[in-house]
Write a protein that binds this ligand. Structure first.
Ligand code: MLT
Length: 407
């Protein structure tokens, strides 16, 4: 008899964004005449930068000829892309990351979900609350948590991110092994200073722990004093893995390209206390379970670092940030407290009522989809998240409808 992985039974209902998509589809079925504006999942709406499109086309032309055709590529990514990433995203910021520490993949979601496979099931995990659900769910699936009780999985160290701590969690008071951090934060849009991040790096060093740093939204940072990468912090090479994505800066949500940085100094320990570099372990996993991102997609991603690509991605980011300003101003005019939207495409709004009630009310009365904060964790209860990823017209219209609904 085939038995299942019973850890899956501990998971809550369906994945947050699938659950929302189902609710919206049901509403649309019941109200076919209603227009719906989606400011829920952080999915971009504008076309790929022209530089990426041109590189994409020309790579496809190469695939059309036997002489330039490419089959399997290196699992870790082509050198041309890994070198461009290391130079542009890290070395120019003084972060000492080399091309062979970059692993190109098809998404930060997959990488942040898969990385936990490298570590023992008794590793103690510290996870922010509210949080991007993938970090938590992937650990539940693996069996690294107990049951779900009172809105939380047993055995997890939750790092509360609340108004009181400005949505930057304080260090845990107990020993942990794996620490998930995401800045600019999804879902709150909050940011972390270099000094704050340094306390986490020092804590990880002292505890022989590892930080899993999700920087998928770094392109939205406008404040020059804020770190774009954890490797801008001294000592981080020894204790941090960083996740990046081309989804939000260059519109690759449907095209799929991301990368993970695993510095060679990052260590984990076997049961006898002997240290092992994490880099060869991730390389081994990647080669076994992944066959690389397609050549045309990697060429399109490389074009993000060309002069025109940089200008075009900057323009996309500015466009979404201007949307975020429109959302923030409308929400503040309505008298709600909010955070985010300045260095992030997300605005986290204190709704002063149940998150799902607020979600339903905005959907029913304004025809606008947001994300209920409670879906991101217990500390998200009472909040909603609005995403700035949509056209200017839709964002302006949505905020007008929200204002009418809430007046
Ligand atoms: C979100 O809306 O939180 C994210 O965009 C979803 C994702 O990137 O997987």
């Amino acid at each position: 008899m085939l038995t299942i992985n019973e850890h899956y039974l501990k998971l809550q209902a369906s994945y947050l964004f699938s659950n929302i998509a189902k609710r919206v589809a049901t509403f649309q079925e019941q109200n076919p005449e209603r227009d719906i504006i989606k400011l829920g999942i952080g999915d971009v709406t504008r076309a790929l930068p022209q530089a990426c499109i041109e590189a994409f086309h020309s790579a496809i032309d190469e695939m059309a000829n036997d002489s330039s055709f490419r089959g399997y590529g290196p699992e870790q990514g082509y050198d041309f892309l890994r070198t461009a990433i290391a130079a542009n995203d890290f070395q120019t910021r003084g972060a000492d990351i080399s091309a062979d520490e970059i692993f190109v993949s098809d998404g930060a979601k997959c990488d942040t979900g898969n990385i936990q496979e490298l570590f023992s099931l008794d590793s103690k995990i510290a996870i922010p609350d509210p949080v991007y659900p993938v970090y938590l769910d992937s650990n539940v699936m693996a069996g690294r948590t107990g049951d779900f009780q009172d809105g939380r999985y047993q055995g997890v160290v939750y790092l509360d991110s609340t108004k009181e701590n400005n949505y930057v969690p304080v260090l845990p008071s107990e020993k942990v092994d794996l620490i998930y951090l995401c800045f600019p934060n999804n879902p709150t849009g909050s940011t972390i200073t270099k000094a704050q991040l340094k306390t986490w790096v020092d804590f990880a060093k002292e505890s022989k722990a590892l930080i899993l740093f999700d920087a998928a939204y770094e392109a939205f940072i406008q404040d020059d004093s804020l770190p774009h990468s954890i490797y801008e912090i001294d000592g981080a090479r020894e204790v941090a893995i960083e996740f990046r994505s081309f989804s939000k800066n260059a519109g690759f949500t449907g095209t799929r390209c991301a990368y993970t940085v695993v510095p060679k100094e990052c260590m984990a320990y076997d049961s006898k206390g002997k240290e092992h570099s994490v880099h060869p372990l991730w390389n081994r996993r990647h080669c076994t379970k992944f066959n690389g991102v397609s050549y045309p997609v990697q060429k399109a991603a490389e074009a993000v670092y060309s002069e025109s690509g940089k200008a075009q991605t900057d323009e996309l980011v500015s466009y979404y940030l201007e949307n975020a300003t429109i959302v923030r101003e409308a929400i503040n005019d309505l008298g709600f407290d909010s955070v985010g939207g300045e260095n992030s495409p997300y605005i986290w709004i204190q709704g002063n009522r149940d998150s799902w009630d607020f979600f339903d009310m905005l959907l029913n009365q304004a025809g606008v989809v947001c994300t209920p904060g409670a879906g991101f964790g217990k500390c998200g209860q009472g909040y909603i998240r609005i995403s700035a990823f949509n056209s200017r017209d839709n964002v302006v219209e949505a905020m007008g409808k929200i204002k009418d609904a809430l007046k």
